[in-house]
Design a protein around this ligand. Structure first.
Ligand code: PBG
Ligand code: ZN
Length: 324
């Protein structure tokens, strides 16, 4: 079809037509809100590089969850900031740890809100790496047990789903086995399958106090230049028992989201990470961008690329914008 027989503008002339032929729609059902839990009471400590986000004590966290639930957001994902750190990240799997307490409080107040927990050691280790060390190197196999223990302790606290973000090889199988052995075969695993070694995590690391104290995460997180390797990572996680696979970050990896969506039939999640949020908020504060419009365009793009679920710090703002 060629001009003048075909005129693409015909179907763009009215809001009604545009709505009728729209290919992608973002829904509040797609959104997962990340939240940061700290100890104490009535703590609402602002995160400078993530305007609108706070380190929240459990009482305040429950309040925020109530708002999210009222807006129709189906799930939150919790990150913990522990009081103490040590080489083995023991507070990650302590029954009275910060995430375990936060999960209990939220599930108690809002049983219908799905509570997902991020499973990793980096906030809990004194060296800031996602696994334990052996002679200064992150030891894959020794870390697996600690990561599985963390996931199990979250399930015991009442988590509805666990999300390992450590990028150790074999962790999904290890977690699945640990959960199944202890009677948690109903708890799904959302695997951070293709998690890249990204500078877009900067604001998160400040918020969660989880930056590595030496070196970087290149020996376990993926090289941003690789896409085929992402498919291998996803395929391993699927074989090991993942229920949802994730690509992270989202914006610089839309091609990866698209390829994963095409090759696998599990739900695909994408993590619109802290740096992606910070860039838009900063430009908005400078008066350089229309923040709300860029937010919706960005989330729609992630959906269009093939994500079924989006973990995003914009979840509340987007849920408000989507309200009928
Ligand atoms: C922990 C973890 C990180 C993020 C989620 N889980 C940081 C990292 O890997 O250093 C990043 C989230 C974000 O930037 O919003 N492993
Ligand atoms: Zn980590």
């Amino acid at each position: 079809m060629l001009f003048p027989d075909y005129r693409p503008r015909r179907l763009r002339q009215s809001q009604a037509f545009r709505r009728m032929v729209r290919e992608t729609s973002l829904a509040v059902d797609d959104l997962i809100l990340p939240l940061f839990a700290v100890g104490g009471k009535q703590v609402r400590h602002p995160i400078a590089s993530m305007p609108g986000h706070f380190q929240l004590s459990t009482d305040e966290l429950v309040k925020t969850c109530r708002e999210a639930f009222a807006l129709g957001i189906p799930a939150v994902i919790l990150f913990g900031i522990p009081e103490t750190k040590d080489p083995l990240g023991t507070q990650a799997y302590a029954p009275g740890g910060i995430v375990q307490r936060a999960v209990k409080a939220v599930k108690n107040a809002l049983p219908e809100l799905a509570v997902i927990t991020d499973v990793c050691l980096c906030q809990y280790t004194d060296h800031g790496h996602c696994g334990c060390l052996e002679q200064g190197v992150v030891d894959n196999d020794a870390s697996l047990d600690l990561i599985a223990r963390t996931a199990l302790s979250h399930a015991k606290a009442g988590a509805d789903m666990v999300a390992p973000s450590d990028m150790m090889d074999g962790r999904v199988a290890e977690i699945r086995e640990a959960l199944d052995e202890s009677g948690f075969s109903r708890v799904p695993i959302m695997a951070y399958s293709a998690k890249y070694c990204s500078a877009y995590y900067g604001p998160f690391r400040a918020a969660a106090d989880s930056a590595p104290k030496f070196g970087d995460r290149r020996t376990y997180q993926m090289d941003p230049a690789n896409a085929l390797e992402a498919l291998r990572e996803v395929s391993m996680d699927v074989e090991e028992g993942a229920d949802i696979v994730m690509v992270k970050p989202a914006l610089a990896y839309l091609d990866v989201i698209c390829r994963v969506r095409e090759e696998f039939d599990l739900p695909v999640a994408a993590y619109n990470v802290s740096g992606e949020y910070a860039m838009i908020k900063a430009a908005e504060q400078m008066g350089w961008l229309d923040g709300p419009r860029v937010m919706m365009e960005t989330l729609t793009a992630i959906k269009r690329a093939g994500a079924d679920l989006i973990l995003t710090y914009f979840a509340m703002d987007a849920a408000r914008a989507l309200r009928p």
